[in-house]
Ligand binder design. Structure first.
Ligand code: NAP
Length: 546
């Protein structure tokens, strides 16, 4: 039944369930979702696997972990008081600072009293008779809730490589996501890092500062660009604070909610000299400008992409002294920006250190992990520490790890086996009352900017439903099919779709994730918001409400 606004009475408090809403995850989006739902007066419980708040910034405490977004664009925007009180220390905050920030937010808004830590949700089953969800934790405890809200992140299901012998290594070994809270010393140690994505690049650069000997096992090189981090002076912070309104407004206007907007010119509209000067300028500037603030066609036009890739290749050759090593560090199977660009702070110079070795595992594949190290096709290496920077089962992985079942016990993982199907990345037909903050096929980007919008939209919908006594919210199959088609169409022509990466759903360490699919909405966040706002303004008529 589709209901128009204002047709029912406001309900009494819903006492059929333990909670009005369960939020899974106390990271950036879960914390804010809790804050917003409390404003509605809901009985909310957040279940969080970790023992503290922060999600990504609670888990990923690996050496060198830090933002690639400007800190002052990353913080929450919803509270003027919070903006007034919090001083960022660095333009690109390290993990400890971000974790401190999120703890500060949790304390300031007294969020902890509704968060249950060390509580991993293992299953969530929809019950039609009561229009509610039964949520089960790893320890067997069970709760019921009207609304199930997933705030489980995009990159939160880490994956170990499928290499024989991983469990046999006798030294310290750890995935970057699971890095221990206690400090790890690398002085005099023989360390291996497997993986050269954004996590690997940061880890390698930091470990190299103090390591005895470092071996990097690289399968695919990345196009990295300089971060140019710096401390924020008191005066700079004062200016940032005075400009928050403009900063957030600008983020709303850009494709990915970052401060960087693409240049309106096409690559070939300028002379080679102008092009070179522009790229030199971007290379010297902090943050994602070279990726997001570049000529408008570098991610769609093969020739333009080849030119910017060539510029970056020249930079690598300039910075790495050994030409053979430099060539190994230059990507050959994808162009600049078609994978997520890792930002670096001296990454390439690491390979000029005499105690650092680059092992190309495409040339000499890893055969197994041994009790004392790593065996490749041509050598055996001994290590004290092996770091797995091997990435995540992205976007849908954290959903797949929970037994989520909707109407008639249909399994979400099964429904999405050929790729996600959602309405606005927020709702799924057949899974009533489940709402996803930053779900697959939602508008992605500078995470908190997009997450705040998503959580606001979810809050608006729940408010609408409660005002009208509606207890069942579901996407229609037609709505989900239309949105899925639109998401796929919006990625047409973008070069990233031709490349294996987490952004195209590839993870060779996970069964069933070997085929590329469209995992994110590529129409840009302004278009995403426009569509979502229209659905809300239309009284959610495109949903099935009862
Ligand atoms: P990733 O980009 O997926 O990189 C994983 C790396 O591990 C790749 O180099 C991959 O090689 C390699 N790998 C996986 N299995 C392997 C195997 N069996 N043998 C050898 N190599 C293997 O993962 P990530 O670096 O954790 O980054 C994921 C995303 O998290 C980033 O793209 C970014 O969005 C986010 N992140 C953000 C920040 C930040 O804001 N500063 C920092 C870190 C991460 P292939 O490429 O050949 O598969």
């Amino acid at each position: 039944m589709v209901v128009s606004p204002g047709t029912a009475q406001k309900p009494e408090a819903d006492t059929l369930t333990d909670f009005d809403a369960v939020v899974i995850g106390a990271g950036v989006s879960g914390l804010y979702q809790l804050y917003r739902l409390r404003e509605l007066g809901l009985r909310v419980r957040v279940f969080e696997t970790g023992s503290g708040v922060g999600g990504t910034w609670y888990w990923n405490r690996y050496p060198g972990a830090r933002f690639d977004s400007e800190s002052w664009t990353y913080g929450y925007s919803f509270s003027p008081e919070l903006l007034e009180q919090w001083d960022w220390e660095e333009h690109f905050a390290g993990q400890p600072e971000t974790e401190r920030y999120l703890n500060y937010v949790a304390d300031k808004f007294e969020l902890r009293r509704d968060i249950q830590f060390k509580s991993r949700v293992t299953s969530a089953h929809y019950r039609e008779a009561t229009r509610s969800w039964d949520v089960t934790l790893e320890d067997g405890r069970r709760y019921s809730t009207r609304f199930l809200i997933t705030a489980i992140g995009v990159l939160s299901a880490p994956t170990m490589p499928r290499i024989a012998g991983v469990d046999t290594f006798r030294g310290l070994s750890c995935h970057t996501h699971h890095w221990p809270k206690e400090p790890v010393s690398f002085g005099g140690k023989r360390v291996a890092v497997i993986g050269t994505g954004a996590s690997g690049v940061q880890t390698i650069t930091e470990v190299a500062r103090t390591v005895g000997h470092l071996s990097v096992f690289q399968r695919t090189p990345q196009w990295c660009a300089p971060l140019h981090n710096a401390r924020i002076s008191k005066e700079e912070m004062r200016q940032i604070r005075a400009n928050y309104r403009e900063i957030f407004a600008r983020c709303q206007q850009t494709y990915g909610c970052f401060i960087h907007a693409s240049d309106p010119r096409a690559t070939h509209e300028v002379t080679p000299e102008q092009r070179e000067a522009f790229w030199e300028k971007l290379y010297e500037e902090p943050g994602f400008g070279i990726w997001m603030g570049n000529f408008r066609d570098i991610l769609v036009d093969r020739e333009a992409n080849a030119l910017i890739s060539d510029f970056l290749a020249r930079k690598i050759r300039q910075r790495v002294k050994d030409p053979a090593v430099a060539e190994k560090l230059i990507p050959r199977n994808h162009g600049f920006g078609t994978r997520r660009v890792p930002l670096e702070s001296g990454y390439y110079e690491v390979y000029n250190q005499p105690n650092v070795q680059l092992v190309d595992v495409k040339q000499t594949p890893i055969e197994r992990i041994t009790p004392s190290g790593i065996k490749t096709s041509d050598a055996e290496y001994e290590f004290d520490i092996i770091i797995y920077a091997t990435g995540f089962d992205a976007i849908t992985g954290s959903f797949d790890r929970i037994d989520i079942r909707g109407v008639d016990m249909a399994l979400l993982k099964e429904k999405w086996k050929d790729g996600p199907q959602t309405f606005l990345g927020i709702l799924v037909d057949g899974f009533p009352n489940m709402l996803m903050v930053m779900g697959p096929h939602a508008g992605l980007g500078n995470f908190p900017r997009a997450a705040e919008y998503s959580a606001d939209w979810v809050t608006g919908l729940i408010h609408f439903a409660r005002e009208r006594g509606l207890t069942r919210i579901e996407a229609t199959a037609a709505g989900a099919a239309d949105w899925t088609d639109h998401v796929i169409a919006s990625s047409q022509g973008l070069l990233f779709t031709e490349v294996d990466s987490w952004m195209t759903g590839i993870n060779r360490n996970v069964e069933g994730k070997q085929t590329r699919r469209i995992m994110r909405y590529s129409g840009g966040h302004p278009a995403f918001r426009e569509r979502c706002d229209a659905v809300a303004a239309g009284g959610y008529r495109e949903l099935s409400l009862a």
